[in-house]
Design a protein around this ligand. Structure first.
Ligand SMILES: [Zn+2]
Ligand SMILES: [Zn+2]
Ligand SMILES: [Zn+2]
Ligand SMILES: [Zn+2]
Ligand SMILES: [Zn+2]
Ligand SMILES: [Zn+2]
Ligand SMILES: [Zn+2]
Length: 1752
């Protein structure tokens, strides 16, 4: 808003005419303030008087002339334009400071940015070093700021080349023009008044009055009723309220609403106070309802309104001024920060900040921009501003929380700009105690959610309000994001103070939202759980950062540990009232207070306990743990109490798994899910496990296990079981035991945490990735999603991925994946604690399968874990303690004794895992230290008897027995592995007592063992494998039977189709080898025979077979007819939207828009299809409410088999095999020369014209027979060369012929169906020709041979289409066909030329050929009998028609290439070149020199040879499908030269095409002469008009840049052609033509046929005849649309380096064009499959129904 009119030439009105005021201000003695206000008082109300209908440009002109210009003159002391020009040239700031609008792309660098909030604008990015780094692109939400130039934001490359200090490399101060003292002095006088005025006016609350200084004129009763914007009322609601309240038109209400949304407020009514007041009440009344407050409306005096408006204008003026000079900025900031001496009042800028939430949107924007351009551009003042900001932080946040605007519009959103600057953050912590301020603010804004115990409870919370609270939490994150490197005492104290304050928040969360198990009845309402979990998510990284900060310094860590411990203890009081109870197990006793998770309240929110756990591992890591007793005395420590709450939480999870909490509803399930999910687990689940490890390391192992047993409520389960019949209870026990064993495995085995063992963060991530990839190969984004993000949104994936995985590139679809490296497989731990249950079983399955494939045993023992660090070394003791042995023995015994219901396989697996862990531990210890020092005696304990009873057993014995338990067959290998381990440990013990032989021999021995065992195993495996294969086969058969009906038949059908295709090929091959004498010529007397085979097709609906015959019931092919611009040569041509008056007989050579017929190749009986179609129609009518993706009215349906979108069917008409009797042909050849043939045709046609015009006015031009007088010829001569009776079609085929022809007509012309319309045959021929051209084009671009490479569906579609087109004639009146034929011939034969006959250069010759060939038989029609030419006659007809059109086409090519100038010189003097030269001479002569004779013959020949190729190829396709004559073999291959010769031979042409002119010299010369005389031809030759060049250009999708950021750059420079506001735009790129459009915006909507269409939809109508392909640039998505109602999204052809697309730029990785995928899109277009793709996508994603494609 600020710029534009300021300095542009538009401001021409600002002549220095207002000299008096200028001089007045110049006067030093004068009071500037008073003069300034006086001036404003005088002008402002006048300038802004017409508020209802403002003339913005006029207002701006007046402001410039009356106020700003004089003001600037005074300020600068010279002409402002000149002065500012000088200032601008003298240099710019080093900071970019560009403020982002919503939707603009921002760039961050993952290598160099200090944190992800440091971003660059696109210009700076393109000019920075980060362009070649690992950057990220994102869409701004608005309100951000380019950090280019901020040295604190970037580790490297803080400046782009644009903002780098100039070549002079002068220090920063000098790079900007220093203002002279006089100007500074003036600024100090001017700014205070200006700022004061702005502040005063913005916070002005009086509705009716102005400050006295501004009140000069008498008050008039002129008021406005002003409506304000808010985020609660919808657009439509506001429009409705306005219409009702003011009685205005919809358009006016819309206008108001748009303006309100944009500016924030608007006068909707002007008038006297009373009437405005009345309007205000009306609007309030109409906008209020049960759920919503009324709209904010005020009545303002016109003068108040005017001054407020001008205040904003002045704000923009200042904003602009700020960009010129650092001195201006500094003076401005000083004044804004100046506090009145002795006054408590806030300074100007603080006043504005505090008032922010009360300002309207437009005012806020100006204010924020001003802050950006002044304070944020000067580091020193940014700091001072930040201090002010923090001073009022609480008040500002509270205002924001009750604000009715989004955060981007709040001044609180500026926090990120200050808090993330490391030095600033440190300063604010030290000086302003900002951490405490923020946490206190949090506590102050949340009290309404505190319950009576001072715990949070978010039941019935408001989402909007909580979202606002999150922004405070975010501020905490910003402050903590960069850890200080240097600690001062003050910083330490302040931080600790903040930490303690933060602990108070955690205290309110510890144990919040307790739940109690529901017994008997299901809970009535699921409680709200999302808010608490969401806060937990928000806090996760903050908690981690606090822990990191604490760990910076030993002293700090210990002190914060003490504080945290104190807080935990304070919260751990409940249950203390209960009496302690005692319980015994295998000689050990536990004394504890009774508590049961299943009966007492429990909470999953324990942030205090978890923070303590986090600090504890850091103590262990840094070694500070040795001093812990100095801070927390052992008596105070109370480890049992610390463990208690996390343990309860884990038990809760177990009980939920055991379905004990079923009646508590879904909310609990969700909470448990998040508890373990990657988004939360680091500060929930993981920390609870750590707390148990802390417990295990500090408690007596037996006590610890007893506590666990008790909390899992499993004490009874491990005593002698009383037999019970309660299956549910047994099942419940079993699940609980499994869950407990799992936790024990984790406590002992999970050591990948820095501090718990000596691992690095990298090791941890690697282990996570290994375990993910053990499940299956994964895409980069999938891995990223499964890893926790740190405060910088990084997972650390890239640093390690290459160490553990290899990348596999994607194909044309799908994405790239990472595969685990072989050497990492040994790290696989089946009981990895982050596996979900499904992941666990998937991984187990994958790994077992792999080992089986490698022919190895299936044992998956745990990998050796890293050693615990000293503080945790005692944890392993729980493995070999008595209680553990008891647990293990009991479970194994149950398995051995076959008490089936008391154990599960999973349970035994875990027991085995624990055994393995114990043995591994002992082995590792033995290998490290001498035997006598190893106290860990797992082996010993496991081989000891469990009791003194006679039948007592030990673990080892039980294991041996386990092998014979049939249910545990799958665990056998693991059992064996453990037995070997026992053996090894035993040997190690023995060996080390003998001597230190070294541990290796032991392992070698087992290796030997392994190999013999492996052999045995392999044998067993082979047998098993054979059995398995057999089983598999049977299973496969079974499942095949089970598949549903259509599926089975689909397979069957596809098989037959394939087989057919093969047969075709074979037959063709055979015919080539066996019948070499077959002529491969399609035209003329030497025409080869038709190769036809008996066609037996299967109906996909009834599955019955039928042979295709003329007289049988019709079979049809599903088909889709659509308009297409795929071949257009001229996209700027305006297409007719409706074909009511269109004459489609002639196609323009530009091929602007044709009708394409495609098919999916699926055959049905016509009757079956009709039944099917009626059924869906009926179905549709019965359920009207269901939206259909296809338009039944227009005959659309989905192919019953492949679900392609179809809108009609093609009848399958069999090819009539024809063979020429060579003798007859020879005989005819003697007589029927071209000249003769022409005469006969002429006589026939003129005869008709005489006959048909008898009695009426002649419709044909008078036919002259001059020069062709031959008395022997008469009307019937044409019949004498052979006729036969016309084919007779069955009525059902005829019916289908009519139906299909009508569809082509209806769709192709977009008209209502009319079976009798004379244009039906024209459309038939046209779609036939156009479809062939499309296919030819496609084959060429794909580089495929002309014949033999079509897809099945294309082949059968084309075959049916051509045969249909030949047969269609029989359903139309022959007279009509003749009429059309005569018009077609008129182009070639000037005798028939009528008034509407286009010139030779205005038609596509292939269309003429197809039309003429297909309509020609109508000449054989006689009144009574329907005859058609015999084979021989046809052969000649085809030949001559083809020769004629070819001659004409050569002529077209020669004329259009007349302007061609030779680029290379050639001395080609071939025969062809010479003939060409001769031909040119003739043309030159006939055009009286217009055609230049100087064009060398070789060049003309070259042009013709190249230009005629597509035409010849199309003709070959056409005649082949029409006649069934096999093409020469050369056409089954791709070869440039061979192809031309083969085409000529197939089409009976001399390879020297100019010989045609020579051979037919006498006949053709008159034609040539008349063609040359055509005015269009002459004008073209004279260069007055341009003819299309041949070969036509092949259309491609537009070229896209390789780097996606180039596109984003283009989009950022995109300006909407219709509006100039700064609103967010959605630039969309048309991939057909490259047009950039302004999508989804009212400004660019267009009225088409009375309907409002979006820019894309209306563009598509012209560019793609309704079908189009766009790229949404900001979202990186392709959009396909068809018509007004259909569309779909498609992945853009851009991939990141991991082979993945990024719709919506969510991940933001650099993207590069993938040529293969773009090619696929190109083919989608050229194959006319866009419509099909849309239908398919809509079928699968019903989601897009809701989208209004019309307005795209
Ligand atoms: Zn920038
Ligand atoms: Zn820059
Ligand atoms: Zn970088
Ligand atoms: Zn059927
Ligand atoms: Zn189909
Ligand atoms: Zn376009
Ligand atoms: Zn627009």
């Amino acid at each position: 808003m600020a710029d534009g009119a300021d300095r542009g030439p538009a401001a021409g009105g600002r002549a220095p005419a207002q000299a008096p005021e200028r001089t007045m201000w110049c006067d030093e003695r004068f009071d500037f303030q008073a003069a300034f206000l006086q001036c404003l008082a005088k002008h402002v109300p006048n300038i802004y008087s017409a508020e209802m209908d403002p003339l913005v440009e006029k207002q701006e002109e007046m402001v410039q002339a009356a106020i700003l210009y004089p003001l600037e003159c005074y300020l600068f002391g010279e002409d402002p334009d000149i002065f500012l020009e000088k200032l601008q040239q003298s240099g710019t700031s080093q900071l970019c400071g560009k403020v982002f609008k919503g939707g603009e792309t921002t760039y961050s660098c993952r290598d160099c940015a200090v944190d992800p909030t440091c971003v660059l604008c696109i210009d700076c990015f393109q000019n920075s070093i980060h362009k070649n780094h690992r950057y990220k692109m994102h869409s701004s939400t608005g309100g951000g700021f380019c950090d280019c130039g901020d040295t604190e934001a970037w580790k490297a490359g803080p400046l782009c080349t644009k903002h780098e200090p100039g070549a002079s490399s002068s220090p920063k101060e000098n790079s900007e023009c220093q203002l002279n003292e006089e100007i500074m002095e003036h600024s100090r006088r001017v700014f205070p008044s200006v700022i004061k005025y702005i502040v005063d006016m913005l916070i002005w609350e009086e509705e009716k009055e102005l400050p006295v200084e501004l009140t000069i004129r008498e008050k008039v009763d002129s008021y406005y009723c002003v409506l304000f914007n808010d985020e609660h009322h919808s657009y439509d609601h506001v429009i409705y309220s306005l219409q009702r309240a003011l009685g205005c038109e919809l358009g006016e209400a819309q206008l108001h609403t748009t303006a309100i949304d944009k500016e924030g407020r608007r006068a909707v009514k002007a008038g006297h106070y009373a009437s405005c007041q009345e309007a205000k009440e009306e609007i309030k009344r109409h906008s209020e309802n049960v759920s919503q407050r009324p709209l904010h409306v005020e009545v303002l005096h016109a003068d108040v309104m005017a001054h407020q408006k001008f205040a904003l204008r002045l704000g923009s003026w200042l904003n602009k001024l700020m960009s010129y000079s650092s001195d201006f900025r500094q003076i401005f900031c000083q004044i804004c920060l100046k506090e009145e001496a002795g006054s408590e009042k806030p300074c100007f800028i603080s006043k504005l900040m505090l008032w922010d939430a009360r300002l309207h949107k437009g005012a806020r924007k100006v204010l924020h921009e001003l802050i950006f351009s002044s304070f944020f551009m000067e580091m020193e003042y940014k700091k001072l501003f930040a201090v002010e900001f923090v001073k009022y932080y609480k008040a500002l946040q509270k205002e924001y929380i009750s604000d009715d605007h989004d955060r981007v519009l709040s001044v609180t959103a500026l926090s990120v700009q200050m808090f993330t600057v490391p030095t600033l953050a440190r300063h604010l912590i030290e000086e302003q105690n900002v951490i405490t301020t923020i946490t206190e603010t949090l506590l102050e804004v949340l009290p309404e959610y505190l319950d009576k115990n001072d715990k949070f409870n978010f039941q019935g919370y408001s989402q909007d309000k909580l979202n606002r609270v999150y922004s405070v939490i975010y501020d905490l994150r910003y402050i903590l994001v960069s850890k200080p490197t240097v600690w001062t005492d003050r910083l330490r104290e302040r931080f600790l103070e903040g930490f303690v304050s933060f602990l108070r928040i955690l205290t309110c969360m510890q144990g919040m939202e307790e739940i109690k198990r529901q017994i008997g009845q299901h809970i009535e309402v699921d409680p709200d759980w999302e808010a608490a979990i969401a806060i937990q998510m928000q806090l996760k990284n903050i908690l981690l950062m606090f822990q990191e900060w604490c760990a910076c310094d030993e002293e700090l860590l210990l002190r914060s540990y003490r504080e945290c411990h104190k807080a935990v203890m304070k919260c751990s009081t409940n249950g203390r009232s209960r009496e302690k109870t005692v319980f015994h197990l295998c000689g050990h006793t536990l004394e504890s207070r009774p508590y049961r998770v299943s009966a007492d309240p429990v909470s999953i929110h324990l942030p205090l306990s978890r923070t303590l756990a986090g600090l504890h591992v850091r103590l262990s890591k840094t070694g500070a743990i040795s001093r812990l007793h100095e801070f927390v005395s052992p008596e105070e420590f109370q480890v049992e109490l610390l463990v208690e709450y996390p343990l309860r939480c884990l038990v809760l999870v177990a009980q939920v798994a055991a379905e004990m909490w079923r009646r508590n509803g879904l909310s609990l399930i969700s909470q448990v899910f998040y508890y373990q999910d990657v988004k939360c687990r680091e500060e929930m689940y993981d920390k609870d496990i750590i707390m148990l490890q802390i417990g295990a390391s500090l408690m007596d192992p037996n006590q610890f296990l007893l506590l666990i047993l008790q909390r899992y409520e499993l004490v009874d389960a491990f005593k002698k079981m009383k037999p019970t019949k309660d299956q549910d209870l047994i099942k419940q026990y079993n699940v609980l035991i499994e869950e407990m064993l799992q936790i024990l495995i984790y406590v002992v085995g999970e050591r990948y945490v820095p501090g718990i063992s000596n691992v690095t963060k990298e090791d941890v991530i690697m282990r996570e990735i290994i375990h993910l990839l053990c499940i299956e190969p994964m895409a980069h984004s999938a891995i990223t999603k499964s890893l926790p993000e740190n405060e910088n949104n990084e997972t650390g994936l890239e640093n390690v991925i290459d160490k553990v995985a290899t990348f596999k590139k994607p194909g044309v679809s799908g994405h790239g994946v990472y595969e685990l490296k072989g050497e990492c497989l040994k790290e696989f731990n089946m009981f990895f604690y982050h596996y979900t249950k499904t992941q666990h079983s998937k991984a187990e399955h994958t790994q077992k399968k792999r080992r089986k494939q490698e022919n190895r045993d299936e044992a998956l023992p745990p990998p050796p874990p890293p050693d615990f660090s000293p503080a945790f070394s005692n944890v392993v003791k729980i493995l070999n303690c008595d209680v553990m042995m008891h647990i293990l023995r009991t479970l194994l015994q149950r398995a051995v004794e076959l008490e089936t219901h008391l154990w599960t396989e999973a349970m035994i697996q875990m027991v085995l895992h624990l055994l393995s862990l114990g043995l591994l531990e002992e082995k590792q210890q033995l290998q490290k230290s001498p035997e006598e020092e190893v106290t860990f005696d797992f082996y010993h304990k496991a081989t000891r008897m469990g009791s003194s009873a006679l039948n007592a057993v030990n673990v080892l014995m039980l294991l041996e027995k386990l092998k014979s338990v049939p249910q545990l067959e799958a665990q056998k290998d693991t059992v064996n592995w453990i037995l070997q381990m026992f053996d090894m440990v035993k040997r190690l013990r023995e060996k080390s007592s003998l001597a230190t032989v070294g541990a290796t021999s032991g392992s070698e021995a087992t290796k030997g063992d392994e190999s013999t065992q492996d052999k045995e195993k392999a044998e067993r495996k082979r047998k098993a494998e054979a059995a398995r294969l057999h089983r598999q086969k049977i299973m496969a058969q079974m499942s095949a039977l089970q598949r549903n009906f259509i599926e089975t038949h689909k397979l069957l059908y596809e098989n037959t189709l394939e087989a057919q295709g093969k047969d075709d090929a074979i037959m063709e091959e055979e015919s080539t080898s066996s019948a070499v004498d077959y002529s491969r010529i399609a035209l003329g007397p030497r025409r080869g025979p038709s190769v036809t085979e008996k066609e037996v097709l299967t109906c996909i609906l009834c599955q019955e077979e039928q042979e295709v015959k003329l007289e049988s019931a019709a079979m049809v092919l599903s088909a889709c007819v659509q308009k297409s611009t795929a071949l257009t040569q001229n996209r700027s041509r305006i297409l007719e939207l409706s074909g009511d008056t269109l004459d489609p007989l002639f196609m323009h050579p530009d091929l602007p828009c044709g009708t394409h017929t495609g098919s999916c190749g699926h055959v049905m009986h016509a009757a079956c299809w009709q039944k099917y179609f009626e059924a869906i129609q009926l179905n549709f009518r019965q359920r009207l409410h269901v939206e259909q993706i296809f338009d039944l009215e227009n005959g659309e349906y989905l192919c019953p088999l492949c679900k392609s979108l179809c809108n009609t069917v093609i009848p399958i008409v069999p090819l009539q095999a024809q063979k020429i009797n060579s003798e007859d042909a020879e005989a005819v050849a003697q007589i029927l020369s071209l000249a003769r043939w022409l005469e006969i045709v002429t006589v026939r046609i003129s005869g008709y014209s005489v006959k048909n015009t008898k009695g009426e006015k002649q419709s044909l031009p008078p036919f002259t027979n001059k020069g062709m007088g031959n008395s022997t010829l008469e009307f019937h001569s044409i019949l004498s060369f052979g006729v036969q009776s016309s084919a007779k079609y069955s009525s059902s085929i005829r019916e289908m012929l009519i139906l299909f022809a009508t569809t082509i007509y209806r769709v192709g012309l977009k008209v209502a169906p009319n079976e009798a319309d004379s244009r039906i045959p024209m459309m038939t021929w046209s779609t036939c020709a156009f479809t062939i051209q499309c296919i030819e084009n496609l084959l060429e671009t794909e580089g495929k041979p002309l014949f033999g490479s079509l897809q099945n569906r294309q082949h059968s579609g084309l075959k049916a289409l051509v045969q249909f087109a030949a047969a269609q004639r029989s359903t139309s009146p022959q007279l009509l066909i003749q009429k059309h034929l005569i018009r077609l011939l008129g182009v070639l034969l000037p005798n028939f030329k009528g008034e509407d006959t286009p010139s030779l250069l205005e038609v596509d010759m292939f269309h003429i050929l197809v039309g003429a060939v297909l309509s020609f038989p109508s000449l054989y029609w006689e009144d009574a009998v329907d005859l058609q030419p015999s084979s021989v006659s046809s052969a000649y007809n085809h030949l001559y028609l083809f020769h004629l059109t070819t001659l004409a086409h050569i002529m077209q090519i020669v004329i259009s290439s007349a302007a061609e100038s030779p680029t290379v010189h050639s001395s080609d003097n071939s025969e062809e070149a010479q003939s060409a030269q001769l031909f040119c001479r003739e043309v030159c002569q006939y055009t009286s020199g217009c055609f230049s004779q100087d064009i060398p013959g070789w060049l003309v020949w070259d042009c013709v040879k190249k230009g005629i190729m597509p035409y010849l190829r199309c003709a070959a396709l056409f005649f082949h499908y029409l006649l069934g004559v096999s093409p020469p073999e050369e056409l089954l291959q791709v070869s440039e030269e061979g192809q031309f010769k083969a085409l000529c031979s197939y089409l009976s042409l001399p390879t020297n095409l100019f010989l045609l002119f020579h051979e037919y010299r006498d006949t053709v010369n008159p034609l040539l002469q008349r063609w040359c005389a055509d005015p269009v031809v002459l004008s073209c030759l004279k260069g007055k008009s341009i003819a299309i060049r041949y070969p036509r250009k092949r259309n491609h999708l537009i070229e896209l840049p390789e780097d996606y950021s180039c596109l984003l750059n283009q989009a950022s420079h995109f300006r909407c052609p219709r509006s100039s506001d700064d609103e967010q735009k959605h630039p969309v790129l048309c991939l057909f033509c490259g047009a950039m459009l302004c999508s989804q915006n009212t400004c660019c909507q267009e009225m088409v046929n009375g309907e409002e269409l979006g820019a894309c939809t209306s563009h598509a109508l012209q560019c793609g005849a309704g079908v189009c392909m766009f790229l949404k640039i900001r979202e990186c998505k392709v959009v396909l649309i068809e018509g007004k109602t259909r569309g779909c999204l498609y992945p853009a052809p851009y991939l990141d380096e991991y082979g993945e697309t990024d719709p919506g730029l969510k991940r933001g990785n650099p993207l590069h064009l993938c040529q293969e995928r773009y090619r696929k899109l190109h083919l989608l277009w050229q194959q006319h499959c866009i419509v099909e793709e849309i239908a398919r996508s809509q079928e699968t994603n019903q989601i897009f129904f809701g989208f209004n494609w019309q307005l795209l």
